[in-house]
Design a protein around this ligand. Sequence first.
Ligand SMILES: CC(=O)N[C@@H](CCC[C@H](N)C(=O)O)C(=O)O
Length: 373
Amino acid sequence: MNPFVQIRRDLHQIPELGFQEFKTQAYILNYLAALPQERIEIQTWRTGVLAKVKGRNPQQTIGYRADIDALPITEETGYEFASTHEGLMHACGHDMHTSIALGILTKLVAEPIDDDAVFLFQPAEEGPGGAEPMIASEEFRAWKPDLVLALHIAPEYPVGTIATKGGLLFANTSELFIDVKGKGGHAAFPHNANDMIVAASNLVLQLQTIISRNVNPLDSAVITIGKITGGTVQNIIAEKARLEGTIRTLSAESMERVKSRIEAVVRGIEASFACEAAIDYGAMYYQVDNHEELTAEFMEYARTQSGVKVVECTEAMTGEDFGYMLRDTPGFMFWLGVDSAYGLHHAKLQPSEDAIETAISLVSGYMAWKGTR
Ligand SMILES: CC(=O)N[C@@H](CCC[C@H](N)C(=O)O)C(=O)O
């Protein structure tokens, strides 16, 4: 078996949430410690790792970023190597991302290039966001790359296909938490209470009218409420309820417009249900804006590689805090086909492990081509 498939399986068994990636960090550090050390320098930052592979005659630093955190999902893959952490799963492919990054790094240690390469094993992509504070850290600034790249697995594409485009690739995101508080009471006497289950249900539906009635149909936006909690038992009117969701827009300006409409709708719910409501926007991610020339150059390079099919895709409403790295440093992200019947954030996501070798060979080849004179 390809050693990086085994690494992916090891990581798959120990999924951890953002900024709690202690075992994952230890795994990465152990792996790096077992490599020949002459060209490697290592720093840790919170639960992340930064690893430099020194080049033979460096004129620039090429950055490669992999996110390492997991999601609060109970796995249903039936894998022999399923998650051993109850309620947590690598359901967004970050186990694949991390093993691929270790594979590329290993290749550059064995076959050094001229330029320095910095590998950023970044915590907390799913939330609350590790890229922005990592960029601000002394550790990152000491090794700031001149260009940076990353990939994300794509269940909908076959293995061997990569997809990307210059310019906007992923949306602006903002988490959304809304708490409503009314008056609880006996289920039989609704007129003596203010039922927050009914208020929250109305709110969910009214939020969707922002997308259908307030956003220009030619400018896409998404509001998804992924979780509703409230109440205690079936025959007590709920005093409180909480909606948890996310907002996606194609520009920072439409994010502001959507938020101002959310605030108006929430004020309306307060008035009509005689309740109090509080909005918290949680973590926000800046759009992933691929550098036009570097992306075009990478796509051209990838087209010359046997077994690689390059697709020019459209932008997607997914979010990625890698957008902050690209706001700071030129570079790009691309989708890596992994051919899974179940999509990202699904309990049955099963990315094809054949894509690990494809990605290691494509990206290490590109970095060698870009970083050797
Ligand atoms: C690639 C991917 O699936 N990224 C996540 C990023 C989540 C950001 C944040 N927690 C939010 O929900 O807004 C995504 O859901 O797109």
